[in-house]
Design a protein around this ligand. Structure first.
Ligand SMILES: Cc1cc2nc3c(=O)[nH]c(=O)nc-3n(C[C@H](O)[C@H](O)[C@H](O)COP(=O)(O)OP(=O)(O)OC[C@H]3O[C@@H](n4cnc5c(N)ncnc54)[C@H](O)[C@@H]3O)c2cc1C
Length: 394
């Protein structure tokens, strides 16, 4: 009997997604994204069209209106929208619907919650945010202070979050909160809970942060003041939210790696085209190895990062642990994308700084993933201490 262990052939599903996305994105050319970035305006037209095209429900089961595929296909879609010129905001909008909300609701929500939210997510009727980061906790999730206090048949949330993208427009927010004080837990990963919050309540207050990256979507300070969450809106098990959060964060890493890869592909194509046509000293600048070799390196690094991203997505879809692969994918893809941006600027010379060439926008946006959602130092900490079993420095 012949057993096939690895198969790099593109599946029918991925081929369908890739072709659908390529056709769909012709309606949203790079000029569209340049404009929404300059105006810091939510890409409403893209959002609605993506929902109509079914691109917000790729991983949502068919019984809730989705396509019933997996993270592997979500990743393929995200690479496609980013590579076509949509970049970070186009990819982020798919990720936040399918991974920040769709995934934890589908995997950890009650049937009531699934029925109430999943079809609306697929139809683009709900904008979702994910509220994890806090001003006083930083990358140390176990230090978060936002507290969900049990009260009758629900929870009352108080606390503050920072950098919460799209919270000013959100209908729902997936919130990471503490439900048992740190001094009362046995293991540090206990006492956290994931809650699905109705963001239109009076107690949810937001204040915009005007940032360098992701300008069409905007991030926010968010204040929760006595915000009510019914018990049915707990995602997963109370105090054991680490399990649901880990699944979400691994999937998020696969998606941010996918955005990076798409951005890198866009930048590389532009740089190669420019290098092949721009003539200085009577020959194309791309014939100089100082220009050509770094672009060849970017190609190699993007392809390597893509393989790791696909492996992480594949493991995730099989229900296997993919933390190492997702972290490595996020690290390598972020580095490759930012290198692509830097080399594109260098290849374009002065023209790399002109907004009309889109390079500076991608330069700002690809820088994000070296810092957020997971800074590269924390990925290296994870590999050093958890995979290589080296001593901790903190
Ligand atoms: C545009 C944008 C959008 C965002 N959107 C969201 C969102 O929607 N939801 C959300 O929850 N968050 C969001 N974030 C927040 C983001 O996830 C965090 O900024 C990121 O995780 C880093 O956390 P921090 O800013 O608190 O950095 P800090 O924890 O203050 O760390 C600062 C630096 O110190 C380093 N550092 C800290 N500890 C160590 C250590 N032990 N060893 C080595 N280095 C260390 C870090 O790696 C980092 O480089 C967003 C951020 C940005 C910029």
């Amino acid at each position: 009997m012949i057993r096939v262990f690895v198969d790099f052939e593109e599946s029918e599903e991925v081929s369908f997604i890739r072709k659908t996305v390529a056709e769909f994105m012709k309606r949203f050319p790079v000029e569209y994204w340049r404009k929404v970035d300059a105006e810091r305006r939510f890409p409403e037209e893209y959002w609605k069209a993506a929902a109509e095209q079914g691109l917000l429900g790729i991983n949502i089961p068919e019984k809730y209106g989705g396509l019933g595929m997996g993270l592997y296909e979500v990743s393929a879609a995200i690479i496609g929208v980013a590579a076509s010129g949509g970049g970070l905001p186009a990819g982020d909008l798919l990720m936040r619907t399918m991974v920040f909300a769709g995934l934890p609701i589908e995997k950890f929500g009650s049937e009531e919650v699934k029925n109430a939210y999943l079809p609306k997510l697929v139809e683009g009727k709900l904008i979702c945010s994910f509220a994890h980061t806090e001003p006083n906790a930083g990358v140390n999730t176990f230090d978060i202070q936002t507290y969900a206090q049990k009260e009758g048949d629900g929870y009352r949330i108080n606390g503050q979050k920072i950098w919460i993208t799209l919270a000013h427009m959100a209908d729902i927010i997936v919130v990471v909160a503490r439900t048992t004080p740190r001094e009362k837990i046995r293991k540090k990963s206990e006492g956290l809970t994931l809650l699905l919050v109705d963001a239109k309540q009076n107690g949810v207050k937001t204040s915009k942060i005007y940032g360098m990256a992701l300008r069409p979507l905007s991030s926010n300070l968010v204040y929760f003041e006595d915000v009510w969450v019914p018990e049915s809106h707990v995602l997963g098990v109370v105090d054991r939210g680490w399990e649901a959060l880990s699944a979400l964060l691994n999937a998020e890493r696969v998606c941010t790696a996918s955005i990076s890869i798409g951005c890198g592909e866009f930048l590389l194509e532009k740089a190669v085209d420019y290098a092949s046509n721009r003539r200085v000293f009577g020959r194309p600048i791309g014939s100089n190895q100082a220009i050509q070799f770094p672009l060849a390196e970017v190609k190699a690094e993007l392809e390597t990062a893509k393989l790791m991203t696909q492996k992480a997505a594949w493991l995730f879809d099989k229900g296997k642990d993919c933390a190492f692969e997702a972290n490595v994918a996020a690290l390598t893809a972020a580095r490759a994308a930012f290198k692509a941006a830097d080399r594109a600027v260098q290849t374009f010379g002065g023209n790399g700084f002109a907004e009309d060439n889109d390079i500076e926008r991608f330069f700002r946006d690809t820088r994000l993933f070296k810092t957020a959602p997971v800074p590269e130092e924390m990925v290296l900490n994870y590999i050093g201490t958890r995979i290589l079993n080296m001593p901790r420095s903190f």
